[in-house]
Design a protein around this ligand. Structure first.
Ligand code: MG
Length: 323
């Protein structure tokens, strides 16, 4: 994103760290550089998971295109289409929210996620539940907006039959989430807190979450995301695929990831037209609430160079010389 408001990373910062810190280290991989080498080569640099994930995804795509293998089969996907959900932001009014949700339900989305925050939680959730009935798959995401002192208030969400409540407390408050989980029956899902497999396993073992939102960028790449999926799958912890407003390039990778067997809940893998008039690949379209998993080599989508050119604001060419 343009500003570091979801995580410490943002576009300009990622650009800078890729150029000055990550690419020079990646060059040490030489001409035989493969996707599995990327994380070890970059491990000396602390954090910057999204910037690292961008590089690993590029190398992985190149590897797979050369080998004629799809991203989904490389990661171990088992489905040809994935169930799609949609995330709805804070609205100006309940009426506007109901109208937005109605549009998404009509489009065929199989799960609705409502963003919540103090002052916009019980009332909108109740309104959506009452208007659309108990059959609507519904969950909420607080992006860390509450504290453990809000537990009695958050527990009132239990009345609405939610699939889960996502990241109610701050990202660094694992013990707070464990304490909250003991006070409410709605399953707790962690998003921002999960920056690696090790942290996820710690959170699961401490009872801080019963569901994990997997975002490849947040954990440093699609290979770590697959490892995180595998670890959760082994322990019977359901996962779903989060989103960061991806273009068709990132969406192709997310849809491939979401085709793994442990992704048993619909993800934030919305169709292209949810965010873009024109995507920079062939658009992802919703068919009966699902997106098709690309089966071509690599990401399986083709960057639309003309569309990219039209929205390009800055260009930098880096000559690849291995050392
Ligand atoms: Mg979230």
């Amino acid at each position: 994103m343009g500003e570091p408001l979801y995580s410490p990373e943002y576009v300009e910062g990622a650009h800078s760290v890729i150029r000055s810190q990550l690419l020079p280290r990646l060059r040490r991989g030489g001409d035989e550089l493969a996707a599995d080498d990327v994380a070890p080569l970059l491990s000396a640099v602390k954090g910057h998971q999204m910037a690292k994930a961008a590089l690993e995804a590029a190398v992985l795509d190149a590897d797979l295109r050369a080998a004629g293998v799809s991203m989904a089969s490389r990661l171990g996907g088992v489905r040809s289409r994935v169930a799609a959900g949609v995330s709805v932001g804070i609205s100006a009014s309940i009426e506007e929210l109901l109208e937005t949700v109605a549009g998404h339900v009509e489009s065929g989305y199989l799960r609705i996620k409502l963003k919540v925050e103090p002052g916009w939680d019980l009332e909108p959730v109740q309104a959506v539940r009452e208007h659309f009935g108990s059959g609507l798959a519904l969950q909420v995401d607080a992006n860390g907006a509450y504290t453990l002192a809000d537990a009695p208030h958050l527990s009132k969400l239990d009345a609405f039959g939610l699939l889960l409540v996502e990241q109610p407390l701050r990202d660094d408050d694992i013990s707070g989430h464990a304490a909250l989980a003991r006070k409410m029956s709605t399953p707790i899902c962690l998003d921002e807190s999960i920056t690696s497999v090790a942290i996820a396993l710690d959170a699961i073992e401490r009872g801080a979450c019963a569901v994990v939102n997997i975002k490849a960028g947040r954990v440093g790449g699609y290979l770590e995301a697959k490892a995180l999926h595998d670890a959760c799958f082994e322990r019977g912890v359901p996962v779903w695929c989060g989103g960061m407003l991806e273009t068709g390039i990132g969406r192709a990778a997310n849809v491939a990831l979401a085709s793994l067997p442990g992704f048993t809940l619909p993800g934030d893998t919305s169709a292209s037209d949810r965010y873009f008039r024109r995507d920079i690949t062939e658009p992802f379209v919703l068919v009966s609430g699902h997106l098709a998993v690309p089966d071509g080599p690599g990401l399986g989508v083709t960057p639309d160079l003309q569309a990219i050119d039209e929205v390009t604001t800055f260009k930098e060419e880096i000559i690849w010389q291995t050392i």
